[in-house]
Design a binder for this molecule. Structure first.
Ligand code: HEC
Ligand code: HEC
Length: 331
């Protein structure tokens, strides 16, 4: 069900449209009300206080993101699973990490991840700094102790120099904390503000096709926007969702709260057309079926085929230009 606030908003959209006599004006006014339900994506997410986005930190973070030496096998980097050529994810249902182990969950994209107020499917980390060290240590991802990772990085003069430049004034800047700060600074640059939908929200009426505009209206009218809202089309909140065949208890694992059993954080929908397969275990491989399942489970609504087509067309309008990126030459 849409949250009360959104339901009220949607009701007022409908009432506003009816109160106006001229159909031409009604069209414009109601379109503006739809547009007001959304928020355009800014070029940069909020930068947490106490951290900076210096060029030195971003450069270092980019190196570390591609650096397989901080995995125990020496062959897995963040980019192995968050592959820039594949929408910064891996296009397989569940991530494959250290020694070919298959994890329980689908790899989310890191694009626009600075806009999320909770990281991971279960929200167990609040921010990118907190998130960054998890995969290095996770047995099924990079399986590396942080101590060992720091020893390996310290072997290279270029890393010692880059850490010093990124964290000026620190005696011993090659630390896990600074690895996290650098990777997070880099990730906050990976945004896609130039999607057709974003351009539409910024006033370019021609940016989306008629079908995509219809899809946007249906997305609002049917209540998708109750959870998929804000600049990254997620409320960063947790909602119960039972995937056929999944035993993952989601947020419950973090809080132990019965209400959270099978609840997962709403994922961003930006670039969703290129980040298949879908859902926390990657069990659905196309948007048509993903949207149908959302309608069924989250809204108790069965869409007609042409409505599904419109919604999917709208989701395609959320694909932005990929961030330009120089692939670093590692030492
Ligand atoms: C073996 C594959 C793998 C590797 C290597 C990996 N990740 Fe991930 N990443 C995942 C999976 C799977 C998840 C979701 C896990 C979960 O929710 O429990 C995830 C989640 C994330 C998220 C949260 C995004 C969101 O929408 O919640 C970020 C950010 C992220 N990873 C960044 C990184 C960084 C930085 C590194 C390197 C230090 C890294 N990942 C290494 C597979 C991987
Ligand atoms: C009650 C909140 C809620 C509503 C309403 C909702 N969603 Fe979702 N959506 C979620 C959550 C939570 C997930 C993640 C589910 C999971 O994988 O565990 C999700 C996942 C998705 C995904 C898959 C994204 C990915 O990367 O795996 C798509 C696509 C999607 N929603 C589209 C829609 C559409 C279209 C609608 C309206 C028909 C809609 N959603 C309504 C909360 C919601």
């Amino acid at each position: 069900m849409p949250k009360p606030a959104t339901r009220k908003l949607l009701a007022s959209v409908a009432a506003g449209a009816m109160a106006i006599a001229s159909p031409a004006i009604a069209q414009d006014v109601s379109m503006q009300e739809y547009i007001d339900l959304f928020e355009p994506l800014p070029a940069l997410p909020p930068i947490p206080s106490g951290t900076t986005m210096s060029a030195e930190r971003i450069d270092l973070g980019r190196m570390l993101f591609f650096e397989p030496r901080i995995s125990s096998s020496g062959v897995i980097s963040c980019a192995t699973c968050h592959n820039p050529a594949l929408g910064w994810t891996d296009r397989i249902p569940r991530a494959v990490g250290h020694q070919g182990q298959v994890g329980d969950r689908n790899t989310p994209t890191v694009l626009n991840s600075g806009f999320l107020e909770a990281q991971f499917w279960d929200g167990r980390e609040p921010d990118l700094e907190g998130q960054a060290l998890g995969p290095i240590e996770a047995d099924i991802e990079m399986a590396m102790s942080l101590e060992e990772a720091i020893v390996r990085l310290n072997e290279f003069e270029i890393y010692r120099d880059m850490f010093s430049a990124a964290f000026p004034g620190e005696d011993d800047p090659v630390t896990p904390q600074n690895v996290a700060l650098s990777i997070a600074a880099f990730e906050r640059t990976l945004n896609t503000p130039n999607s057709p939908f974003n351009r539409y929200l910024m006033g370019d009426e021609m940016a989306m096709s008629e079908q995509q505009v219809r899809g946007m209206r249906l997305f609002a009218d049917s209540g998708c926007v109750a959870c998929h809202n804000g600049p990254a089309l997620t409320d960063s909140n947790f909602h119960r969702f039972e995937l056929p065949g999944s035993t993952d208890e989601g947020r419950f694992v973090v809080t132990g709260d019965e209400m959270d059993r099978f609840a997962f954080r709403t994922p961003t929908l930006l670039n969703v057309a290129v980040t298949y397969p879908y859902f926390n275990n990657g069990s659905v491989d196309n948007l048509h079926d993903a949207v149908q399942l959302m309608g069924d489970q989250m809204l108790g609504q069965e869409f007609a085929e042409d409505e599904l087509d419109d919604l999917v067309a709208f989701l395609h309008a959320l694909t932005g230009e990929m961030p330009r990126l120089e692939i670093p030459a590692l030492p």
